[in-house]
Each structure stands twice: as structure tokens, then as C-alpha cells.
Design a protein around this ligand. Sequence first.
Ligand SMILES: [Zn+2]
Length: 145
Amino acid sequence: MPEAGESKLKKILSIVGASAALLVLAIVVLRATLLAPPDAGDLSRRRTVIDTKTGEIIRDFVIPEDSTMPWTNPKTGEKTLIQGEACYWTKDGKAKLEPTYVLLNEMTGKPGPTICPDCGRTVVAHNPLPPADLLREAKKAAENK
Ligand SMILES: [Zn+2]
């Protein structure tokens, strides 16, 4: 009985279709609720950037979606914004809580290692933090001020 087979197939297809629709619905609901707390996407796209021309430091700069460095400075309209590398060292070998933001030479096409203008240490991409005890000390010092 070919018709019976056909209707069975239709039944299966309608079940598959219904579950696919349910799945899509579930994804839409998830996206709208759990997966998308209001500013999460925004937060992860915030960086401290430095204008290579003016030296201006912009904190919490929101990286435009699907964009690559250098980013456009909204003030000048020029593509001169590069991510700054944070250096938490002080000149006397202690840690500080407010970092100095440094432009990496490799980002700006300059040769050689990048030296922090504040502490004189070499700054690298994903610049490591000072040891935890130094940071704790800096925090304590700031609290006692
Ligand atoms: Zn430094």
C-alpha cells in the first residue's frame, strides 16, 4: 500500500517539522533571555584605546561589531585608535592600581621592544600583571590614603 507509506512519511515529516519549529522557538527564547543579558555583548567589546595621532586615551571604548584595528576615533573621524596595553608597575618596582596605557611598537609598526614611559619596563601584548602580593600592597596603600 504505497499511500499508507506516504502518509507515514508525511507524519514523520510533520513531527520533524514541529520539533524543528520548537527548537527554533527555544533558541529564540534563550537568546532573548539567558544568553543576552542587556549589556553583556557591549561589555566584552569595551577596551581602553589610544589614538596614535593625538595620544588621547579613551577608556571603555566600545569596539564596533565586525571591525578591525585601527578603529575610528569618533572625535576626529580618523582610523587611529589602537588598543592600549596596561602596565601596572611603578618606577620603584611596586604595583599600582591605575595602569599606564601604552601603545605597543608592534601595533604601530615601530621596531624593537615597547618601553613603558612611566616605569621603564618592557610592555608586551597581554602584558602580565605584577605579582598578587604587590597588587595587594598597592590596594592597601590606596585604602590607607
Ligand atoms: Zn609601566
